[in-house]
Design a binder for this molecule. Structure first.
Ligand SMILES: Nc1ncnc2c1ncn2[C@@H]1O[C@H](COP(=O)(O)OP(=O)(O)O)[C@@H](O)[C@H]1O
Ligand SMILES: N[C@@H](CCC(=O)OP(=O)(O)O)C(=O)O
Length: 280
């Protein structure tokens, strides 16, 4: 059987969208046309009876443009203030667009502490499960407004994989500004070759994934996406990194068509989320 065929049967899907896929490069403002397609795709996955979680970046980028800040904010308090403005704007749009398809979007903001602490982690699991029961679509982001060095993930790639592990998702899709994993950063090296399928993540592969970002709003580059792949596949989910330029790619991936780089699930016996979290 074609390796991608089994993606049709996935039941619980986490979709992570990078800031660069949600905003206009020139202005940093939300790309509403793309968001409409994104929400229609996600609503339709939900209509097929799948549980859907969205991990959406973009709070800082959207807040920054709303406040007329042209450069990338460096200072922590400035990032946090931008996130406070941008997160509310993002949710307002998600709520409106999901409501058009008769769906309910729910906001879940997390920090690393939510994962590390057993009680708050359990609370998060219970909330996610109840939201699934109610038929709502959780929209997750890091709680950037209160996150400081000790408790911040810093990137939503890692957060999305931890969320996938937390809710026992069988599929994680990372949508970025690039077609998938290449042998090197294609923005720096024109000879970089595209990798279709990864069966095992090894140190050779890790060296290919650079931390360089391709846009003025992205965080983490491919390095954090490989960390995410390691977590998600060890927890038993398949993962795809694909280009979020056209969000129709979501249903194409779920139909088992050849899009993006597929990382095959490599469930580790005795995989404990705790072990991973301690190393963050
Ligand atoms: N081996 C690699 N393959 C593909 N992209 C890479 C690689 N190494 C680094 N990158 C960079 O990672 C970028 C995507 O990450 P990022 O900018 O953080 O996007 P996002 O906002 O979608 O998370 C690409 O645009 C590319 O420049
Ligand atoms: N939590 C931050 C995004 C952090 C992040 O990982 O960004 P990205 O690389 O665009 O997915 C925000 O909402 O602005």
């Amino acid at each position: 059987m074609n390796l991608r065929e089994k993606l049709k049967d996935k039941k619980r899907v986490v979709v992570k969208i990078g800031s660069s896929s949600l905003t206009h490069e020139e202005t940093g403002r939300l790309n509403l046309t793309k968001m409409e397609i994104l929400v229609r795709e996600l609503a339709d996955l939900h209509n097929q009876g799948k549980d859907v979680i969205v991990v959406s970046s973009g709070a800082i980028a959207v807040g920054r443009s709303a406040m007329g800040i042209r450069r990338r904010p460096e200072e922590l308090a400035e990032k946090q203030a931008c996130a406070a403005v941008g997160q509310a704007r993002l949710m307002m749009i998600y709520q409106k667009l999901f409501a058009e398809y008769n769906q309910t979007a729910a906001q879940v903001l997390m920090t690393k502490y939510t994962m590390i602490n057993a009680a708050t982690r359990n609370n998060a699991i219970n909330t996610f499960n109840k939201l699934f029961d109610m038929g709502a679509i959780p929209i997750v982001n890091e709680n950037d407004t209160i996150s400081t060095d000790e408790i911040e993930f810093g990137d939503n790639d890692t957060l999305s994989a931890l969320v996938a592990a937390l809710v026992d998702a069988d599929m994680l899709i990372l949508l970025s500004d690039i077609d998938g994993l290449f042998t090197d950063d294609p923005n720096q090296n024109p000879d970089a070759k595209f990798i279709e399928v990864v069966e095992k993540i090894d140190s050779h592969l890790e060296k290919m994934a650079k931390g360089s970002t391709g846009s003025s709003v992205g965080t983490g580059g491919m390095a954090t996406k490989l960390t995410a792949a390691h977590i998600a596949t060890s927890a038993g989910a398949d993962m795809v990194i694909a280009n979020g330029e056209d969000f129709h790619v979501i249903h194409k991936i779920m139909q088992g068509r050849n899009h993006g780089t597929l990382f095959l699930s490599d469930k580790k016996e005795g995989f404990y989320l705790d072990d991973i979290i301690q190393k963050l």
